[in-house]
Structure formats: structure tokens, C-alpha cells
Design a protein around this ligand. Structure first.
Ligand SMILES: NC(=O)c1ccc[n+]([C@@H]2O[C@H](COP(=O)([O-])OP(=O)(O)OC[C@H]3O[C@@H](n4cnc5c(N)ncnc54)[C@H](O)[C@@H]3O)[C@@H](O)[C@H]2O)c1
Length: 344
């Protein structure tokens, strides 16, 4: 039974995914769509629920039991603040905020109100990622030593006709895409301790970066290299192999590779590589697979949010996680500006 009435605020690309996801999630249902555009009204009409132009109108009309915030990056903190103060649990799309400072302000509101807040890094709800994390915890990799991560995609020009995506402080490939890779790396390696980065806006010529590369060092050991672009052709990005997004085609690729002292792994093809005996590059490695039953991470995320809103769970991706992810993005930017490594 759908006991939880959920509002979706922002009915653009990912808001549409959340609206569809609610239709497949147990114990919850869409109760209204909040978005000033005609597209927002159309989503509401299609699902037979009320449409509101803004959050204030939604609250005046009776509010909701919980809300998904899928609006542009720079609106996350003000909108989530109003909702938390109104006592409404929030699933807030990434990035939690455009700066660490704004994220900290939101964390203070969440702590003062005690109202649950979940950050939308849906990959962590993928059983494949849960299996990878479990394999690491069980010691099947030994100690993680390195990772090599690519997030390469060619976004169509029309994507950048939407103003916020080209505005410094709101858009750019790091806050929109790379932050998912950072979250996954932190989930698997632990906290980042040092960053060296470089960024470029040469390919698109926009005020925001279209490409970035960074070396990350982790506090518990391990180093990773990450490269991203939204202006380069190639399928080497997690989202173009995972099948998680209904909007994106699936390719037979991997985009993340992890090397441990006992075994290796790549994602999202879920390959698990081991030697027949002791680690030795003269011996041919055997290709296995992480053991998991696939399921939709957006549904997993939404049902987890339902449990959180009912007080039955703690957030799998907390406001603190969102802030830590943004701290790494800020460190890459700062390192790129100074040419020096940044310690966190
Ligand atoms: N988790 C993911 O994989 C994923 C994927 C895409 C986008 N995102 C994130 O989701 C957010 C939205 O991205 P998008 O690409 O869907 O953006 P979008 O521009 O396609 O959609 C944003 C929508 O929010 C509406 N909006 C703007 N201000 C509003 C307000 N004050 N109140 C209500 N509605 C408002 C706009 O009219 C628009 O329809 C961004 O923060 C982005 O980083 C996450």
C-alpha cells in the first residue's frame, strides 16, 4: 500500500526519472509535481496529481510526507532548507550544494530540525556496488592499491542550452558528473587526503569546465587517477555501461578498474580478477564476476528514502558524504588554479 505521499520538485531530466521510479517503488506514491514550467504541469496531468509552481504553493496546499528535490544545483540548499524546516524529509539530488560552506549550512538545518536528508548518489543503491563494497570489507581484494577511473561522454549541444548548466558555481562536468565517481571512490577507498588536479574548458569554450583530471590519495592508503570530459567521444563511463539510466544506451565496457593486493575488479562490468595461485603477473589471471542479483538502483534509492522518511533507516548517503564529495571537487579546482596539491 502506498502510505507515503511524495512530492517531486523539479521535473526536468532526472525529475522525470524520479516520477517514473515512484510508480515502481513499494509503499510510496507521487502526490504532486512542483515545477513552474509547462513540462511540470504536463507531468502532473499525466499522473493525475496536483501541480504547483513553487514549494510555497505546495506547502500551502497541504504539503507532502516527503519530497524529492531535482532542481538545478544552485537551488538545492534554499529549497531543501524550506522543506526540512517544514518537517518534510528530503531526497536531494547531487551535488548536495555548490560549495562546502553551503553544504555545511544545510547540514546545520538538518541537525537542528532532525528531519531526514538523503543525497542522491543512486549508484550506491546498486546491488553491484554493494557487492563490490562487501568484497572489499571481506578482504577479497586484500588492500586496495590503485584505481583508474574514466567518465567520458559527448553531451549534445542542446544540453547546454539550459542556462544553469553553463554558469560557474552551478554547472560544469565536475559537479554534474565527476561527483558520482568521487562518491564511489570514497565509498570504496574511504576519505580522500590529498588531491592534485587540472581542469580545462577548451573543448566547449564555456565559462564552466568541460574536462578534468586528478590524482587522489586516500587517508587509509591507495591512490586513484580520474579523468572526465563531457565533450569527448567514447563509451568509457560508468553510466554508459551500467544500464542504470533508462535514458542512456548500454555498451560493453568498463570505466573503473581497481587493483588490490589479492584481486582486481572493474565496473560496471563487475569483473573480478584473480591469479590461480599467489599474485604473479607471469600467471594468467582468471576472470570471475561479482556475485549479486541486479535490480534498479533508482528504485532501491527511493525505497530506502521511504524507510528513512518513516524513521526506519539511516541515510546510506548522508549530507556529510555530499559535503565530503564537494570538498574533493573544490580541491581539484583549487589545485588546478595554483598548480599545487591540496590536502584535505
Ligand atoms: N543522480 C543523477 O544521476 C542525476 C542525473 C541528472 C541530473 N542530476 C541532478 O539533478 C538536478 C536536476 O538536473 P536536470 O538535468 O534534471 O535539470 P533540468 O534543468 O533538466 O531540470 C530542472 C527542473 O527544475 C525546475 N526548477 C527550477 N527551479 C525550480 C524551483 N525553484 N522550484 C521547482 N522547480 C524548479 C526547472 O523548471 C526544470 O524543469 C541537478 O542538481 C543535477 O545535478 C542528477
Amino acid at each position: 500500500m502506498a502510505d507515503l505521499r511524495v512530492a517531486v520538485i523539479g521535473a526536468g531530466i532526472i525529475g522525470g526519472t524520479h516520477i517514473a521510479t515512484l510508480g515502481r517503488s513499494r509503499g510510496m506514491a507521487l502526490c504532486c509535481v512542483v515545477d513552474p514550467t509547462e513540462a511540470g504541469a504536463a507531468h502532473a496531468a499525466e499522473r493525475g496529481v496536483p501541480h504547483h509552481a513553487d514549494v510555497e504553493a505546495m506547502l500551502a496546499a497541504g504539503g507532502a510526507d516527503a519530497a524529492v528535490v531535482a532542481t538545478p544545483n544552485h537551488t538545492h540548499v534554499p529549497i531543501a532548507t524550506v522543506l526540512l524546516k517544514a518537517g518534510i524529509p528530503v531526497l536531494l539530488e547531487k551535488p548536495v550544494a555548490n560549495t562546502v560552506a553551503e553544504g555545511e549550512a544545510l547540514r546545520a538545518v538538518a541537525e537542528q530540525t532532525g528531519v531526514p536528508l538523503l543525497v542522491g548518489h543512486h549508484r550506491r543503491h546498486n546491488p553491484m556496488v554493494k557487492a563490490a563494497r562487501a568484497a572489499i570489507s571481506e578482504g577479497r581484494f586484500g588492500t586496495l592499491v590503485t584505481a583508474n577511473v574514466q567518465a567520458v561522454m559527448a553531451k549534445p549541444q542542446a544540453y547546454f542550452d539550459v542556462k544553469w548548466r553553463t554558469q560557474p558555481g552551478a554547472g560544469g562536468v565536475m559537479a554534474i558528473n565527476l561527483i558520482h565517481e568521487i562518491d564511489l571512490l570514497r565509498h570504496l577507498f574511504g576519505e580522500v587526503s590529498r588531491v592534485q588536479g587540472t581542469i580545462s574548458s577548451a573543448a566547449r569554450g564555456l565559462e564552466v569546465e568541460d574536462s578534468a583530471a586528478a590524482i587522489l590519495e586516500f587517508a587509509d592508503g591507495g591512490i586513484a587517477s580520474v579523468v572526465t570530459t563531457d565533450a569527448g567521444c567514447g563509451p568509457w563511463t560508468y553510466d554508459l555501461g551500467s544500464g542504470e539510466s533508462p535514458r542512456l544506451p548500454v555498451h560493453d565496457i568498463y570505466a573503473h578498474s581497481y587493483a588490490g593486493t589479492k584481486a582486481g575488479m572493474s565496473l560496471p562490468d563487475a569483473a573480478f580478477w584473480t591469479h590461480p595461485g599467489a599474485p604473479d603477473w607471469f600467471q594468467k589471471m582468471e576472470r570471475g564476476r561479482l556475485d549479486f542479483a541486479p535490480s534498479d538502483p533508482f528504485v532501491g534509492q527511493m525505497e530506502h528514502f521511504g524507510a528513512l522518511a518513516r524513521g526506519e533507516a539511516e541515510p546510506l548517503v548522508s549530507c556529510a558524504d555530499g559535503i565530503a564529495n564537494m570538498a574533493v571537487i573544490e580541491a581539484i579546482r583549487s589545485s588546478a588554479e595554483t598548480g599545487r596539491p591540496v590536502s584535505l
